[in-house]
Design a protein around this ligand. Structure first.
Ligand code: GDD
Ligand code: MN
Length: 369
């Protein structure tokens, strides 16, 4: 009996996201963007790079921004550092002294409080002239036309946030990351065509500055600077999109397990708290297509992983009663782990389950590497 309940739970767990994926793929992915793109739209941009102990990456990062084909006089770079003790800020100063034809400001926090507080510190203490603010992780590498391609979407006043798609730079052990990104990029882009996607990428995420101010700066309840503020923008009635013509490279840094759990924790908090937060701010607008996307992603992140966990537990319990069905299905479930996509999926469910439990005692707003 238990094993049949387990199979139903597993059926729901795999069936719902598969149906959603197929629906997006066949019905939404090929839709037009319905955005008034203007190739020549070049607003002033403020690029904010948060750093904590990033001596290894900061020089290349500044070089990478410098190499953008965007007009240099329309770019302003802000590095906000939180008391790094590894020489990061000396490198920033040295780089600035060698590149006087780009505006660069270094903002130093006296102590480390985490990435989001650091970014808010920069938003408050710098006079930001940019019509658009871009956040970018120090290790993210952009193609030279990334900014140009992102900015042209802002010609449409309905667009509030634009993020890039991610390709992980391949190293020997990161094939999991690759499969995961491929699947998710498709979902994010299709959702963006329908209206907006609730999940954005800190490797390159651009906001209309006025909207960041309107939401009172980045909210501090999740610890992320991408998905949560982007979801807020969508709940304010603006488009929050991931484009498919800008790919950003993100190296796979060590400590993947811990990192994945932390990111899952941020996402979960975002799904649990963001809608209420926007309503409290008094800027909420009901946009039907986005509400549907939000509900589905909410289900997929908050509820769906538990169906798999419950199913696995029930199957294990049934094997104790020597149930042949249970042993067969548990065996199939384990053997399938040789398949890359399936394994990636199961791992992500595990991260979300662990993240839920971990959120009970630590929210991971500030983290060490
Ligand atoms: N100033 C400052 N202070 N910067 C910080 C701090 C801090 O306390 N902590 C982290 N950073 C900087 C890092 O130096 C890096 O440039 C960026 O924030 C991202 O930090 P990582 O340690 O690389 O974290 P991640 O890549 O796992 O975080 C990603 O996921 C988050 C969502 O969960 C990033 O994409 C974030 O942008 C995203 O919000
Ligand atoms: Mn990172």
């Amino acid at each position: 009996m238990l094993e049949f309940v387990a199979l139903i739970l597993a059926g729901i767990h795999f069936g719902v996201p598969m149906a959603y994926y197929l629906y997006l793929r066949t019905r939404c992915l090929n839709k037009p963007w319905s955005i008034k793109v203007d190739e020549n739209y070049k607003p002033k941009v403020t690029i904010i790079v948060p750093t904590y102990r990033e001596a290894e990456f900061i020089w290349d990062k500044l070089d990478n921004i410098y190499a953008q084909n965007y007009p240099r006089k329309l770019m302003e770079v802000v590095v906000v550092d939180s008391a790094s003790d590894d020489g990061t800020v000396d490198l920033v100063r040295e780089w600035a002294s060698k590149h006087r034809d780009i505006s660069l400001r270094l903002v130093e926090e006296p102590e480390r409080r985490g990435m989001v507080p650091a970014l808010n510190f920069a938003l408050q203490h710098c006079q930001i002239d940019g019509e658009i603010v871009v956040f970018t992780d120090v290790d993210a590498v952009w193609d030279s036309d990334a900014l140009t391609k992102i900015m042209r979407n802002f010609a449409d006043p309905n667009v509030g946030t634009v993020t890039a798609s991610i390709t992980p730079t391949t190293s020997s052990s990161d094939f999991l990351e690759g499969a995961y990104r491929e699947y998710y990029n498709l979902l994010r882009v299709a959702e963006s065509k329908v209206h907006s996607t609730p999940i954005h990428n800190g490797a390159l995420v651009a906001f209309r500055t006025s909207l960041l101010h309107k939401m009172g700066g980045l909210p501090s309840y999740t610890g992320n600077n991408d998905s949560t503020p982007a979801s807020i923008v969508a709940f304010m009635g603006y488009r929050a999109i991931q484009v498919d013509d800008v790919m950003v490279k993100e190296p796979v840094r060590g400590g993947q397990f811990y990192r994945k759990v932390r990111r899952a924790q941020h996402l979960l908090l975002s799904f649990l708290k963001t809608k209420r937060y926007v309503k409290k701010l008094g800027v909420y607008r009901h946009i039907e297509p986005f509400e549907k996307i939000w509900k589905m992603e909410w289900w997929l992140h908050v509820v769906n992983p538990w169906f798999l966990a419950a199913s696995a537990i029930l199957l294990v319990m049934s094997t104790l009663y020597a149930s042949f069905t249970a042993i067969t299905f548990l065996g199939i479930g384990i053997i399938l782990l040789v398949l890359k996509a399936y394994r990636t999926w199961v791992l992500q469910q595990l991260y979300l389950v662990i993240a839920t439990v971990r959120n009970l005692w630590t929210k991971e707003i500030a983290w060490s590497k």
